[in-house]
Design a protein around this ligand. Structure first.
Ligand code: KL2
Length: 418
């Protein structure tokens, strides 16, 4: 019998417990640990492998026993997994529209989820869904992002993102909102130029959605299949908040492929000005800021929202973003250095899926020089361990009898301290 493969919860020890205690002594009493002052929630990111894509790329699944590839076999397994892990927020990719309407959405609704969906543009009828437990959150806004732009020749691909603003349901305490983003970036390993631009568009939308009245950002969780590997320039850009892409070959951006022979290097800038997104990954607004009346408070002269003044673009090969994002996973097993994998089929076994989050300040390493804005922080409490490629081949790779996608679900438990 084909075995199931054990994944366990890794509880993240709090390196800063002592620091927290001191803070706690000063600011709050021991009630710090009480439920009134924190909001815990869990997030799953899962590429569920759309049946159309499975059939279009059937050469990737020749190692699989035929019956495990049928949707009628796969969906009950996927649903069982979702039900078992019972995450408060689901970020699903490769959600096929017909299956979403007839099975996925109704099933998730009966499990207590509210579901939002953004279908890819063009002919491929799959997309990204974000579903959340009614009991944990209410919906503040739904913000779909289309990466296809008829006026920007570079952006001729049909990938999408979805950004929700959620209000944690907390009795009698004010809580900031939570911004949850989900995406599935372009697969094509050679087109790092498009992938980076898609990412910049998602970050711009997150900036605009997560932006709060006081100029800071609410806590952010950004999930998805980024079709980029750990340590790649695209990945480093997310984590570091900056990237100098001078001289970088477009096929090197995502790290999926080794050879960059004969490849173009990224142009400077990567995307044209008419996209309306700055090199800092925020929306540009083609207007001068309103200067406050003469008696105005000087701090009020800042621009509304995340709008920035359009200055003549310096031809600089530097990208930035304003968030300080950490990855739930560390991508290598600490004892052996063996890579974790999130997807495994006959062509590759790599990490391409991530849960990024805005970590609370104590968790963030000092980043001198980085222009990081004030972002609401989350504490990572736990994650569901990933597996090695070798682990997965002991159960015949993916999909198999029990794991019905070619990706594994990623899961994290977070705490929002109030
Ligand atoms: O890598 V993925 O699988 O995140 O699991 O994202 C894409 C690929 C997904 C959506 O485009 O379809 C898969 N070779 C391998 N996989 C492909 C190919 C391809 N040529 N085209 C699409 N996908």
């Amino acid at each position: 019998m084909e075995g199931t493969i054990k994944r366990h919860w890794e509880y993240i020890c709090n390196r800063n417990k002592e620091k927290m205690k001191i803070l706690g002594d000063k600011n709050v009493d021991s009630k710090c640990e009480d439920s009134e002052n924190k909001f815990d929630f869990s997030v799953m990111s899962y590429n569920i492998l759309s049946q159309d894509l499975l059939e279009d790329n059937s050469h990737l699944y020749r190692h699989c026993r035929r019956p495990v590839l049928h949707w009628s076999f796969r969906f009950p397994n996927i649903l069982k997994e979702i039900k078992h892990f019972d995450a408060d927020v689901l970020c699903l990719q490769e959600v096929q529209e017909d299956h979403y309407g007839t099975e996925i959405r109704p099933s998730l609704e009966s499990l207590g989820y509210h579901c939002e969906y953004k279908m890819r543009t063009g002919r491929k009828p799959d997309g990204c869904a974000i579903c959340f437990k009614h009991s944990k959150f209410s919906l503040l806004s739904v913000n779909p992002v289309e990466f296809f732009r008829p006026d920007v020749p570079l952006l001729d691909r049909d990938n999408v993102g979805l950004v929700l603003l959620l209000q944690p349901r907390i009795p009698s305490t004010a809580s900031p909102a939570l911004c949850v983003a989900n995406t599935h970036l372009l697969y094509n390993p050679r087109r790092g130029d498009i992938k980076l631009t898609q990412l910049a568009m998602l970050l711009a939308e997150i900036s605009s959605v997560a932006h709060q009245k006081d100029g800071s950002f609410c806590p952010i969780v950004m999930c998805g299949d980024f079709n980029s590997v750990p340590g790649s320039p695209l990945y480093s850009f997310i984590k570091e908040g900056k990237l100098n892409y001078e001289g970088l070959a477009i096929g090197k951006v995502s790290g999926q492929e080794q050879s960059s022979r004969g490849q173009r290097i990224l142009s400077i800038p990567i995307w044209p000005p008419n996209l309306g997104i700055s090199q800092n990954c925020v929306y540009e607004v083609q207007q001068v800021p309103k200067v406050e009346k003469t008696d105005g408070d000087p701090t009020q002269t800042q621009l509304d929202k995340t709008e920035v003044l359009v200055t003549p673009e310096k031809l600089s090969s530097h990208l930035q973003h304003h968030f300080s994002l950490s990855s739930v996973y560390s991508h290598y097993f600490p004892d052996t250095g063996i890579p974790e994998v999130t997807t495994c089929h006959s062509r590759s076994a790599i990490t391409v899926d991530y849960i990024f989050y805005s970590a609370e300040k104590e968790d963030v390493a000092e980043k001198p020089g980085a222009e990081v804005a004030l972002v609401g922080g989350l504490k990572l409490l736990a994650r569901l361990s990933l597996l090695t490629e070798q682990d997965l081949w002991t159960v015949n790779g993916l999909p198999n009898e029990n794991n019905s996608s070619d990706h594994l679900p990623l899961l994290a438990k977070f705490r929002l301290e109030l």
